[in-house]
Design a protein. Structure first.
Length: 248
């Protein structure tokens, strides 16, 4: 496994773009200068956006009167997302088809959900005490994590079938993103340290920013570019990891 991981690392040509949080944005984006737009659910005490699909639909959460609700912002209009009977609902991601995944709390337990075609479906990994989906790709594959017997494990839900997976030797594995071809990124914890990972073609690759004390891979796009964040000298920075084919 270690030899394989070393070979995989040599295949990556990272261009690491350290984006100090709250220090501004780069100016090398294509087209016009980037424009920031504030997103506030009307009357809410706080609003957080977590996911966006190619057509610009946005999901996230807002807090009102001390309660946490999900929202969808589409075509300039907000829609509240509340799982029936839940005390809180937290959408995490939305795919190009408009399918939304996240989790809700009910009777003190966290359950995953899929919202598709206006219908909710609960997602509970068999035997788990907690299930939290984090991302969904265009074909409907869902990744997240669950807790069973006090341990945190990753899962893939594809075509109605759960698959559990763990980074070898890790005490916790938590996926954050999945692209259309099924490549998965996230982080794992080993010996108390947090490392990013890529799972592609059934093979794991560690993602560690040089000199960082922790690395978390958050999302991966169709061509395999990965974004996330790392901590170095007590400061948190974003990163972009772009893959180039050998010989280019």
């Amino acid at each position: 496994m270690e030899a394989h991981m070393k070979r995989m690392r040599r295949q990556w040509r990272p261009y690491l773009l350290a984006l100090g949080l709250a220090l501004g944005v780069t100016s090398n984006l294509p087209g016009a200068d980037p424009t920031f737009t504030t997103i506030d659910f009307p009357g809410a005490a706080s609003t957080q956006a977590f996911g966006i699909n190619p057509r610009g639909d946005i999901v996230g959460v807002y807090v009102s009167a001390g309660l946490t609700h999900g929202f969808l912002l589409s075509g300039g209009s907000f829609t509240t997302i509340d799982f029936p009977g839940a005390t809180s609902t937290l959408p995490n991601d939305i795919n190009p088809e408009g399918d939304i995944v996240g989790f809700y709390s009910s009777a003190g337990l966290d359950h995953g959900f899929l919202l598709s075609g206006g219908q909710f479906t609960t997602i509970d990994f068999p035997g788990a005490t907690l299930t939290r989906p984090r991302a969904i790709n265009p074909r409907g594959d869902i990744v997240g994590f669950y807790i069973s017997a006090g341990m945190s494990h990753a899962f893939l839900l594809s075509a109605g079938t759960f698959t559990s997976f763990d980074f070898p030797g890790a005490t916790a594995t938590r996926p954050r993103g999945i692209n259309p071809r099924g490549d998965i990124v996230g982080f794992y914890v080993s010996a108390g340290l947090t490392h990013g990972f890529l799972l592609s073609g059934g093979q794991f690759t560690t993602i560690d920013i040089p000199g960082a004390t922790s690395t978390d891979a958050e999302k991966i796009n169709p061509r395999g570019d990965i974004v996330g964040f790392y901590v170095s000298a007590g400061l948190t920075h974003g990163f972009l990891l772009s893959r180039r084919e050998e010989g280019r």
